[in-house]
Design a binder for this molecule. Structure first.
Ligand code: PMP
Ligand code: GLN
Length: 384
């Protein structure tokens, strides 16, 4: 392994999912739903396969049906208008979009400012691009992980190339507020920075929280690469269909990198996801209602087990503080949890450069069937 990647090793998700299998534990670690997405979307994939649509290399930017559906979704939901031919790119999941965006836009030595804790691929992709990551720590205050705008401002230097933002935020479940996002946008404009924004959890927001795309703020459309994916919204994490929307020069740049990573993304699923994007509003309401109830179920279980819970406004993760249990090392806690309780969770520390800032936090996924969450809660309480 070369020096750029040496520090990364195996991703925590693979490690913890293997641990769950080995110990027969309930896997609340890796974020994937234990039920599949809509039947009609699965049928659409079968139809595409059977009719020979996408069984040979699809077009590099993605099939026109999907690019059109992505553009229509952005317009309908957010009033953002993108040309499907020049401003939309289909990728192999959001993961490839992140990699291609960073490889295309970061020069060796450039600084990339990212919110910490961060999704693990960010650090690895910044490293692969030869960039330097500069983490800005989200700090818990009054029940929520918050962005300190002064810290963000201080993190930007003359070497900063881009801001890498994620909202709704994995792993904390924070949804950046309109005010926080406006400040990020102002800073980006003032310092003439590019912004890559990972909005894969755009539809998973609860209660009064609202997802506002960064690209909707003044001066942002032309400097923002927005990333999303079918994995979370439609519960098809195995399909690996993601997309980028951005101004033509940025999409062209990201596509230059993408063509040498995967060339194109798998064909038949693209047709199916195009149909998913046209689902009626009731689909999204149903998804949110279901996940909100599961969030509340798991949060109550964790509280009964003695953990301090940060009730997430978005995503399907809940982060908890283990200090009320008299523990302070989340990594040790998560290593012991399968034996102790038959449950797997993810230590948030692995998403931090400032490991001590994340040490007492542990992330649990609640995108699981109710009986699974109930059983996990019982086990955690019993072990407490
Ligand atoms: N970004 C974030 C914040 C994620 O949590 C995930 C994974 N689940 C991804 C990107 C990757 O998405 P995909 O599975 O579409 O590659
Ligand atoms: N995004 C998912 C999570 O945060 C898992 C993705 C992965 O396994 N790489 O759990």
């Amino acid at each position: 392994l070369n020096r750029r990647l040496a520090e990364f090793g195996t991703t925590i998700f693979a490690e913890m999912s293997a641990l769950a299998l080995r110990t027969g534990s309930i896997n609340l670690g890796q974020g994937f739903p234990d039920t599949d997405g809509p039947e009609e979307v699965r049928e659409a994939a079968v139809r595409a396969l059977r009719d020979g649509r996408g069984n040979q290399y699809p077009p590099g930017p993605g099939v026109p049906e999907l690019r059109t559906a992505v553009a229509a979704h952005q317009r309908r939901r957010y009033g953002l208008s993108y040309d499907p031919d020049t401003e939309v790119l289909v990728t192999a999941g959001a993961t490839e979009a992140i990699a291609a965006a960073l490889l295309a836009l970061v020069e060796p030595g450039d600084e990339v400012v990212a919110l910490e804790p961060y999704y693990d691929s960010y650090a690895a992709c910044v490293a692969m691009a030869g960039g330097r990551r500069v983490p800005v720590t989200l700090r818990p205050r009054e029940g929520r992980f918050r962005l300190d705008l002064d810290e963000l401002r201080d993190a930007v230097t003359d070497r900063t190339r881009l801001l890498l933002i994620n909202t709704p935020h994995n792993p904390t479940g924070t949804v950046l507020t309109r005010e926080e996002l406006a400040a990020v946008a102002e800073l980006a404009v003032e310092r003439d920075l590019l912004v890559v924004t990972d909005e894969v959890y755009e539809h998973l927001v609860y209660d009064d929280a609202e997802h506002v795309p960064l690209a909707t703020f003044p001066g942002m459309r032309e400097r923002t690469v927005t990333i999303s994916s079918a994995g979370k919204t439609y519960s098809f994490t195995g399909w690996k269909v993601g997309w980028v929307t951005a101004a033509p020069e940025l999409v062209t740049a990201v596509r230059s990198a993408k063509q040498y990573l995967t060339y194109v993304s798998a064909g038949p699923f693209q047709y199916a996801v195009a149909e998913a994007l046209a689902l009626p509003e009731s689909y999204y309401t149903g998804l949110r209602d279901d996940l909100r109830a599961k969030r509340d179920l798991l949060a109550a279980g964790l509280e009964q087990a003695g953990l301090a819970v940060f009730r997430p406004a978005g995503t399907y993760f809940v982060t908890a503080d283990i200090r009320p249990l008299g523990e302070s090392d989340g990594v040790a806690f998560c290593r012991a949890l399968p034996e102790r309780a038959g449950v797997v969770a993810i230590p948030a520390a692995v998403f931090y450069d400032h490991r001590e800032a994340g040490a007492p936090f542990v992330r649990f996924a609640f995108c699981k069937q109710r009986p699974v969450l109930e059983e996990a809660a019982r086990r955690l309480k019993g072990a407490g």
